[in-house]
Design a protein around this ligand. Sequence first.
Ligand SMILES: C[S@@+](CC[C@H](N)C(=O)[O-])C[C@H]1O[C@@H](n2cnc3c(N)ncnc32)[C@H](O)[C@@H]1O
Length: 507
Amino acid sequence: MPQLTWLGDAEAKRAARRVPYRLLETQSVHGDPDADNWLIQGDNLEALKSLLPFCAGRVKCIFIDPPYNTKSAFEHYDDNLEHSQWLSMMYPRLELLRDLLAEDGSIWVTIDDNEGHYLKVVMDDVFGRGNFIATGIWQKLHARNNSAQHLSDDHDFIIAFARNLKIWRPNKVSRSYASDADFWNPDDDPRGLWRRSDLTAAKPYSDGHYEVTGPHGDIFVPRKNRYWSLSRETFAALEKDDRIWWGKTGRTFPFRKRFQSELGDLVPTTVWLNTDVGNNREAKQEVAKLFGRDDIFSTPKPERLARHVLHIATNPGDLVLDSFLGSATTAAVAHKMGRRWIGIEMGEHARTHCLPRLLKVIDGEPGGISKAVDWNGGGGFRFLTLGPPVFEPDGRINPAVRFPTLAGYLWFLETGTPWTTHDATPSPLLGLHDDTAVVLLYNGILGDSRTDGGNVLTSALWRDLEPLAAGRARRWIIYGEAALMPETRRRELNIQFKQIPYDIQMR
Ligand SMILES: C[S@@+](CC[C@H](N)C(=O)[O-])C[C@H]1O[C@@H](n2cnc3c(N)ncnc32)[C@H](O)[C@@H]1O
């Protein structure tokens, strides 16, 4: 397969593996303390890596709006990387994002002509060409830029990939904003808006050439090589129910009236009009209402755009991730739509813009999509920052690491899946993966009465451990500080003992 190469590509392809796992430290909790929404301040390369043990394979939709490399310096962030550096910045982040996606999940990336075509090729490499969904065209301007030197650049791209296109399916979109222009109601039909639909087809139909009589006695038959596509009886029934349109004069060739309210939803298209999903001006107005005109975030997206993506790609309760959060549009919209979310932003505006915006959302902020989705407030989130690495360069565990954190990392290391039972009562048995029990003896999890506070595998301790898996485990992986149980006995019991920290090698 042809490959894109750039200066530093080999290093970029190693970066995701090399970046350390850092502790995620909760700074504050807002609203409902049980809500599982996270606003993280920090570089997303490190933040995404640190999320892997808890969220790998769980994110239903990633919607990101990375710097486009427009060679500009915006007030809140810089958008001026050398072309190769931009590719090197994106590559490892996309790899980590891919690992966080659920098998039926998808990623949507906004971009423009500066890097869009290169981004598509990089995403082919990371996600696989076969998982490409489409490139959407979003009409971002409200009116053409008539002072443009060449062409008015009216659109951005939205490049979408599935984790696995064979199983990914979009939600359909409502007609109310997908094709309003086709519908009208010139006869004031109480059933509401309708559109004309042809009553004839090219396919021959046995009873396809009967005569019909209009309201003023005019006789109509299909033109040459066309046939009625319905029987006389059906035609008569439709006419009785006022579902045939003979034109404003009542004398033109008949059409069927198809009511908007009776038609199902539509497959989403790749052209997203500003009238349907908002534009840049609307986005600026939204953030101006939130933060005031003097402290406006320079490059926000409109809430309707994020809503469109999340509507197509998620259902209520699904987990949404935006790792280039900006002014927190994706998180705000996900929250209002009843999705769970994680937002990552490295700039100081994580505190000055994202945090206050999301506080307003839980208080029922009425702007953006609030009316459309009937948002009145509620829920909550936590604000986190990145702490020190979990593992020191020589492999030792950072002493600040507590049991649940290490448990999450080791479970992920052993199984490649996230550890989701961290809210349950702490138990040294982290879980069963297939028929393997994974156990962690750390921080004296079994109490102080045992050797070295319960961090050492002894025969006495085994008597407490074994019942935890209640006969379900055929194999055991046990992490601890030391093993005093003889090796022959461990072999008999099918126990693989791993010594902390020496046997921990994070990938
Ligand atoms: C185009 S803006 C996103 C705007 C956002 N969609 C909105 O509606 O407000 C890109 C954001 O990505 C952030 N960013 C850039 N590099 C980052 C990184 N390595 N880690 C985290 N955030 C980053 C920038 O600070 C900026 O806020």
